[in-house]
Design a protein around this ligand. Structure first.
Ligand SMILES: Cc1ncc(COP(=O)(O)O)c(C=O)c1O
Length: 434
């Protein structure tokens, strides 16, 4: 079976060709594992896996199973059932290690993303009078901006002084790696933490995480990443890159349900270091002695030592259902298909631009293979909101980001090349009819 569907061959803008690519797709059967939403009585073209991934059909069974355990066993569910709750979270590192490129002991599933970002900043943003700055991308996701500013203030510094944002150059849409590295170098005497998204939520740009990590360390700073848009989407090697910490949500590419339980990575070299400050809770305490209820906190010497509360089983059950599908599909195959899907999407959008007298869509996502994941952000040069509303009427679910960007994300687990072709036809016919 051909595994690299559609890559390196001449693309065609026809339904037959799109269907041909779907037939070649080794992952084509995975679409049936998900519920595809309907809009206006029609199966949607769902391009919003970058915001909320679709529900695996198995998720209800996994969740129901835990509801039944709760009904049947009550508190004893912590020790009974197929996956006793007391160790339920321990199933995840093995599954996630292949998705984010980490050792199992570096991983923990807990809380939600912004909470984990704060917990990890508490440990890894330790400003001093000389070294207090955070270097980040301009226009990071707002929750991250609020987290950075509030952490800075918590330590008694001024965000305006302490937060250094790296922005695209005038007239450009993406931040150049050389500019990120040079800003890190410029602030090498005062930077405490370099903290970027793995992928920028707005333009879909993948940042060069190994280069940023290396530069941060050379400057004497810690380095972390918010992988909300990267986990389950692109190739990651957090351990080998030497990243200090990272966190992500599970509800986007990992399809684990709205507000679902999130994940965190702490590099091996830090996990047993008890001198790193942290906010502690009983679930991070030494497992052997947890129920002795002693006063002194003894952290588990793995990423689990950052846990606070006992496990959110219902959310974790949905997460497990979703990650079992990732395990079956395999990250390499998913990434190959993702590249083929986005190549086809770039091609279809170029065709639309070519067929019009004036350019209608500016693609602001980098096209270079390793600089984008599933998401393609389209800067609409005219009537953007109207076009977005029209797409919705035609059962296309994508998303709108002010002031004029439509984000579309064909996701390899459940999107087809045919979806991209049909999306292109809807867009083209609406643009032609104006
Ligand atoms: C990049 C990024 N960071 C943080 C968040 C906030 O996530 P949560 O509400 O799960 O804390 C989001 C949500 O979409 C995001 O995209």
């Amino acid at each position: 079976m051909e595994e690299k569907v559609g890559l390196g061959i001449e693309l065609k803008n026809t339904i037959d060709y799109a269907r041909f690519l779907d037939e070649q797709d080794p992952l084509r059967s995975f679409r049936d594992k998900f519920y595809i939403p309907f809009v206006n009585g029609k199966e949607s073209i769902y391009f919003t896996g970058n915001s909320l991934g679709l529900q695996p059909k198995t998720a209800q069974d996994y969740v129901l199973n835990e509801m039944e355990n709760w009904a049947n066993y009550g508190v004893e569910g912590h020790h009974h059932g197929r996956n006793p709750w007391i160790e339920y979270h321990e199933m995840f590192p093995a599954l996630l290690s292949k998705i984010v490129g980490a050792k199992e002991e570096e991983l923990v599933v807990m809380n939600s993303l912004s909470v984990n970002l704060h917990l990890l900043m508490t440990s890894f943003y330790r400003p001093t009078k000389e070294r207090f700055r955070i270097i980040c991308e301009a226009k990071a996701f707002p929750s991250d901006q609020y987290a950075f500013a509030s952490q800075v203030k918590l330590h008694g510094y001024q965000p305006g002084d302490a937060i250094i944002e790296v922005a695209p150059r005038d007239g450009e849409f993406n931040i150049r790696t050389e500019d990120i590295l040079s800003v890190i170098h410029q602030y090498k005497d005062s930077v405490a933490l370099v903290l970027f998204g793995g992928i920028n939520y707005y333009n879909g740009q993948v940042f060069d995480m190994p280069a940023i990590t290396k530069a941060a360390h050379e400057a004497g700073a810690s380095c972390g990443f918010d992988l909300a848009h990267a986990a389950g989407n692109i190739h990651l090697q957090l351990h080998d890159w030497g990243v200090d910490f990272a966190c992500w949500c599970s509800y986007k590419y990992m399809n684990s349900g709205p507000g679902g339980v999130a994940g965190a990575f702490i590099h091996e070299r830090h996990i047993a270091n008890e001198s790193i400050p942290r906010l502690a809770g009983w679930w991070g305490h030494d497992k052997e002695n947890r129920f002795k209820m002693d006063k002194e906190f003894v952290p588990i010497p793995t990423a689990e030592g950052w846990q606070l509360s006992n496990t959110n089983i219902i959310s974790m059950a949905a997460h497990k259902a979703a990650l079992d599908i990732f395990e079956e599909a395999g990250m390499d195959k998913l990434i190959n298909k993702s590249k083929a899907l986005t190549d086809y999407l770039f091609f279809i959008l170029d065709e639309i631009n070519k067929s019009s007298s004036a350019k209608l869509i500016e693609i602001i996502t980098p096209r270079t293979e390793n600089e984008h994941g599933c998401q393609v952000s389209m800067l609409m040069l005219k009537d953007g909101k109207k076009i977005f509303d029209e797409l919705k009427k035609q059962s296309v679910i994508c998303d709108w980001r002010e002031p004029n960007v439509i984000r579309v994300a064909p996701v390899p687990l459940y999107n087809r090349f045919e979806d991209i072709f049909r999306f292109g036809e809807i867009l083209r016919s609406f643009l032609a009819s104006r």
